[in-house]
Design a protein around this ligand. Structure first.
Ligand SMILES: *Cc1c(COP(=O)(O)O)cnc(C)c1O
Length: 801
């Protein structure tokens, strides 16, 4: 898109007057931000309309990505970049004495996700639009996103994230496209014109109102749609019956109850909380999404039997797997199809991505809850299960297998099984993860459906994570190899020869330092942290979870501190360790780990005897916008999950793309990063999947052995409970127990020694700074293959097309 500077200035001034009846001089920064965002949305409206018209006129196949989470972060910066007008806007605003960077900082993150899974959905939206693919998001418009994390006295405190408080300029409320969603009631089988029909009676009907956000492609005039649903009472204000009976509080209670469906995002990552409200949320956005897709489809004038030829629905993890049963319901009850026809269409429309094999994360719903809330859907699930188990029984004549594979078993509905049976494709998110699915966790299903399972390694949008987050490095890349990489990320490989160019390495080093200085200044003014920009920036930012092993990182720091206390002249390269992680509010050990990190940080940072050789900082409120700040200045990327536990990881990709060295276990996509950059450009440590699986199978791991045989571990673990950390001695007893009495489920003690060695290797490698830079540049050069553009092309070719 092209904008004329003078015209833009006029538009902007007019916008401020229209919105706020203010002159630009008296207008607050926040009003300026809102006016700018609103103006940019105006600029995209025409392309948005035209994109939709084009899709309808060409009858293009529409892809719908169903996800309970879209962790999109801020939109102003990325929208300006994708429209190709950021430089022009920046100049024009600067004429008006306005700093665009400052306005961009005002925007609240749309934090409608927990972590990797929600961020993946956001990266996919950017790539689909940028590739000109007709792909849209379908989810929930949570009034409150993921909580804001504050740290008080070292503890996490959760504050509600009221992100919509000041308004959201990007979304458009489409009241005329609202649909109704039913809960509860009973199902009445009735004969209608000689056909058995299932009428739902006495249901609670809720209005689902869509809010659409434009998803702007990079330099291509495509504008796709993210449709997020909000729950409202049918009767706008309140329950009139109660109201007219004089029961005022009951009348508003009713409204609150209904709105609670889209009120908050569940703050759980990789754990499952069997709450009824969550099941309601799932059915709510799945049903609303499917109804609106069906309505749009019918306008094409195509017979219903061709549905799957024009529509692909992708479900992000099992959270939307009710889509299988709901699409069946709509096709049978509303479109009058026979079961077999409906099943053919459903299974050819839906595809499913599995994100985890952690048993505590697998979704299962108790039958009684499910049946009461969704009686008709339950009947359909029962029938799907009956037909499926009949087939399995027929084929294997093995009741054990039937029970293991059934969709309904042990009084529960197994959502993963429903998703597998009801879709034509099941993919894992990294090579190792897909192998584990095919040959371990879902072996029976892979045998039963030999062609269903496939791998699609995750990716990240290089436009946000490099072009936007790291403008200095992006400019250096543009000067060196041109800017074709923005549309063809694989072209980043053209940087490879420059890893051998001394002057290029120096320029790269200078930019990393500038990014580190900028972040240090930001951290000083925002949190009062004193950071040495010349130290190595060692970063672990991701959700807090035992399997991600923040504890392992911390144990090395505690050991390093012990060595420094014993020998203040210990020759190490000064290092700053950064942590950033939210813990689920109900995840006790994760919250204790945050307290432990902060306790150790306090002790180390205030110890003048070690001359500031190491420092530890916990960055509060890890979010997309914080990630965009810390990742460009990171030098060591901590990817240290227990092998087999991290399905893919995407943080690992963001770091390598910004020229950090990965310190990693052979887990998830770390393996593919290693294969891409080569052994000489990554530091690998720890036990591999074989050893982990053997330990689990043979039950022969004993964490006490490591405690008893390694004085370093003994010292660290003892210090957790002997009061030497300056907190009451029972503060960390449960962490201590999890590692010893409860036998260290994630093999922290087993990997400790190997990790310390790897960290020493990092220190050693950094001393040859020139070669270090060479390694980092090689990482950037090989990062293009992890662009979500590549991932999306593979989804499109193998699954959606
Ligand atoms: C990328 C990202 C994640 C995922 O990080 P992992 O290291 O893959 O767990 C989580 N949260 C935010 C805000 C992110 O940007």
């Amino acid at each position: 898109m092209f904008i004329d500077k003078e015209a833009f200035k006029n538009d902007f001034k007019k916008k401020i007057i229209n919105m706020y009846a203010e002159d630009i001089e008296e207008c607050s920064p926040s009003h300026k931000y809102f006016a700018l965002a609103s103006l940019i949305r105006d600029y995209t409206s025409e392309n948005w309309l035209n994109t939709n018209k084009k899709y309808t006129n060409n009858k293009e196949k529409q892809i719908y990505y169903f996800s309970m989470e879209f962790l999109i972060g801020r939109l102003l910066h990325s929208n300006l970049l994708n429209l190709g007008i950021r430089d022009a806007c920046k100049e024009a605003l600067s004429d008006l004495k306005i700093d665009l960077d400052e306005l961009e900082e005002i925007e609240n993150d749309a934090g409608l996700g927990n972590g990797g899974l929600g961020r993946l959905a956001a990266c996919f939206l950017d790539s689909m639009a940028s590739l000109g693919i007709a792909g849209h998001g379908n989810g929930i418009r949570y009034t409150y996103g993921l909580f804001e994390q504050q740290i008080e006295n070292g503890y996490q405190v959760e504050v509600p994230d009221n992100w919509l408080k000041e308004g959201n300029m990007w979304e458009v409320r489409k009241e005329n496209k609202a649909v109704k969603v039913n809960f509860g009631g009973k199902v009445m089988p009735t004969m209608e014109n000689g056909k058995l029909k299932f009428l739902q009676q006495d249901c609670e009907t809720i209005l689902a109102v869509p809010y659409d956000t434009p998803i702007i492609g990079y330099d291509n005039s495509t504008v796709n749609t993210l449709r997020l649903w909000s729950a409202e009472p049918l009767n706008k204000d309140f329950d009139f019956e109660s109201f007219s009976r004089g029961e005022y509080s009951k009348a508003t209670e009713y409204k609150t109850l209904i709105e609670s469906i889209s009120q908050v995002l569940y703050p759980d990552d990789s754990r499952q909380e069997g709450k009824i409200l969550r099941l309601k949320q799932q059915y709510f956005f799945v049903s609303a999404g499917l109804q609106s897709i069906l309505r749009r489809y019918k306008k094409l004038g195509e017979p219903i039997n061709n549905f799957h030829k024009y529509i692909a629905i992708h479900i992000n993890d099992t959270h939307p797997s009710l889509a299988v049963a709901e699409l069946m319901r709509l096709l049978i009850d509303e479109e009058n199809l026979a079961w077999d026809e409906a099943w053919y269409i459903t299974t050819n429309t839906i595809a499913y991505t599995n994100h985890t094999i952690l048993s505590e994360a697998l979704e299962k719903w108790p039958i009684d809850i499910f049946k009461t809330l969704l009686p008709r859907i339950y009947m359909i699930v029962e029938e799907i299960n009956r037909r499926f188990t009949d087939e399995v029984r027929e084929r294997y004549k093995d009741e054990n297998k039937v029970n293991n594979m059934a969709i309904i078993g042990n009084g529960q509905i197994r959502m993963a099984h429903l998703a597998i049976v009801g879709s034509h494709s099941v993919n894992g998110v990294a090579k190792l993860h897909t192998e584990l699915l095919k040959y371990q966790e879902l072996k029976d299903f892979n045998e039963f459906y030999p062609n269903k399972f496939n791998n699609k390694t995750n990716g990240i949008t290089h436009r946000r994570w490099l072009l936007q987050a790291n403008p200095k490095l992006s400019n250096l890349i543009n000067e060196t190899i041109g800017d074709s990489w923005i549309k063809e990320p694989n072209n980043l490989i053209l940087l490879k020869p420059f890893a051998e160019d001394y002057y290029f390495r120096k320029k790269f080093e200078k930019i990393k330092l500038e990014n580190k200085i900028a972040f240090s200044n930001y951290a000083k003014s925002t949190y009062g942290m004193d950071i040495d920009p010349n130290s190595i920036f060692d970063v672990q930012v991701k959700r807090l979870h035992a399997y991600k092993r923040q504890i392992l990182n911390l144990f090395n720091i505690m050991d390093l501190y012990r060595r420094l206390k014993e020998n203040p002249n210990l020759d190490i390269v000064p290092r700053t360790f950064f942590f950033g992680a939210k813990a689920a509010p109900s995840y006790y050990l994760a919250k204790k780990t945050i307290k432990l990190i902060n306790t150790v940080a306090y002790k180390i940072n205030n110890d003048t005897e070690i001359h500031g050789k190491i420092k530890v900082f916990f960055l509060p409120n890890y979010s997309v916008s914080l990630a965009e700040k810390i990742i460009p200045c990171a030098q060591v990327s901590e990817q240290i999950s227990t092998a087999t536990k991290e399905a893919s990881g995407t943080g690992n990709m963001k770091f390598m793309m910004n020229g950090a060295l990965t310190l990693a276990t052979l887990d998830g996509a770390n393996i593919e990063i290693k294969d891409a950059v080569g052994d000489e450009n990554i530091v690998i440590f720890g036990i591999r999947k074989e050893e982990v699986l053997d330990y689990i199978k043979n039950k022969n791991y004993n964490s006490y052995e490591f405690y008893n045989n390694d004085f370093r571990l003994k010292y660290i673990l003892d210090s957790l409970i002997n009061g030497s950390l300056g907190v009451p001695s029972n503060e960390f007893i449960d962490i201590h127990n999890s590692l010893l009495k409860n036998n260290d489920e994630f093999f922290v003690l087993r990997d400790f020694s190997s990790y310390v060695e790897a960290q020493n290797k990092v220190d050693y490698l950094y001393r040859n700074r020139d070669n270090w830079n060479r390694m980092c540049i090689n990482n950037v050069a090989h990062s293009g293959i992890f662009s979500s553009d590549n991932t999306i092309k593979r989804y499109y070719e193998d699954i959606w097309k």
